[in-house]
Ligand binder design. Structure first.
Ligand SMILES: NC(=O)c1ccc[n+]([C@@H]2O[C@H](COP(=O)([O-])OP(=O)(O)OC[C@H]3O[C@@H](n4cnc5c(N)ncnc54)[C@H](O)[C@@H]3O)[C@@H](O)[C@H]2O)c1
Length: 315
């Protein structure tokens, strides 16, 4: 049986990735320190982690910090994974901007610690979950993987740096890699800081949906579709030493999403605010490469995903 080590496997996306691997018969080892990024209330964070691990029976969960390189190395020496999937990073650009020194340690040093451990224990493949933020402002409405890497803010800079390190380990040490660039993932147990989580919570509580910018569009991806894409990039040989955009392939206006949520609860209010000037201008990621080479096929429309998320909080 093949063994996968998933760094960040108790996270919002990571736990769904772990489920994909368990369904496919892999032995799953998770390294995750239940990070609260110094911002979330411990009680709320614990609640989300508890919900996620309910579905991870059968996985070995090690509550350790990947930035501690000696401990990470020891885990790799004991567990000897064939494959590593790295999702143990900050989830949002805003959090990274608020704590840049902490963010650079977590994203850059954390990735280096895993790469070194992988190199020293002859891991076959390293999969890095990067971000669409590495592109900065999108030059076209639908961005392909060969778009210029020109991050606008620090989070994108740190994620791009981690990507360069991963590619460098392939050139220097023959460590095979795949890089996945997700965009705006949403769904049950998603972080409270995410725009869709805020909208859903406002809807459930009959509160106010606050929209930054009348014309703001984003390409949202349901978490199960993201997990499918990451699993394919991690396990298919066609993905070796390649980078892939994974998303829904379409973008939605925040005002349309709010209007749809108002049909689920007519008592929710909608308010328009100024757009955030620091946020990169972004349309949809072009996902043709992942469709063509990996057979990736997102299954959830935005309305289906929103309804599942809404129902998960209602019940
Ligand atoms: N959620 C999105 O919309 C989105 C978009 C683009 C890219 N990504 C990338 O996907 C990855 C996962 O994002 P997510 O939304 O699931 O975030 P998340 O915070 O839910 O998941 C990250 C997991 O890694 C763990 N972790 C963080 N630092 C760690 C450390 N030092 N040691 C051990 N474990 C640590 C956390 O405890 C958490 O369980 C991140 O790399 C993020 O940059 C996410």
């Amino acid at each position: 049986m093949k063994k996968v080590l998933i760094a960040g496997g108790c996270g919002f996306i990571g736990h769904k990735v772990a489920i994909e691997f368990m369904k496919a018969g892999y032995e799953v080892v998770i390294v995750d320190n239940w990070n609260n990024y110094n911002v979330y209330l411990i009680r709320d964070v614990e609640d989300k982690y508890q919900k996620r691990i309910q579905n991870l029976n059968g996985a070995l969960i090690l509550q350790k910090n990947i930035c501690l390189d000696r401990i990470t190395r020891q885990i790799f020496e004991e567990e000897r994974p064939d494959l590593v999937v790295h999702l143990a990073n900050f989830p949002t650009a805003t959090l990274a901007a608020q704590q840049p020194f902490f963010a650079v340690e977590q994203i850059v040093e954390g990735t280096l610690s895993l790469l070194e451990a992988a190199r020293c224990t002859n891991v076959q493949k390293f999969v890095y979950i990067s971000s669409s933020m590495v592109y900065g402002d999108f030059k076209t409405d639908s961005v392909t993987e060969d778009h210029e890497i020109r991050p606008k803010e620090l989070y994108g800079v740190f994620k791009a740096t981690a990507e360069y390190m991963v590619r460098s380990y392939t050139r220097l040490y023959n460590l095979t890699h795949s890089i996945v660039r997700p965009i705006a993932v949403y769904g049950p147990t998603g972080h409270d800081a995410f725009v869709i989580t805020k909208f859903i919570k406002a809807t459930v509580n009959s509160g106010v949906i606050k929209i930054k910018g009348r014309d703001t569009k984003l390409s949202f991806t349901f978490v199960d579709d993201m997990a499918q894409g990451i699993f394919r990039a991690a396990t298919m040989p066609e993905a070796n030493n390649e980078s892939f955009n994974i998303g829904s392939g379409v973008s939605s206006k925040l005002t349309d999403i709010a209007d749809f949520l108002q049909t689920l609860n007519p008592n929710v209010q909608i308010e328009l605010e100024e757009a955030d000037p620091l946020y990169p201008k972004r349309g949809a990621l072009n996902i043709e490469k992942a469709k063509r080479m990996l057979g990736y096929a997102p299954k959830y429309s935005i309305k289906e995903g929103l309804k599942i998320f809404y129902d998960s909080i209602q019940h």
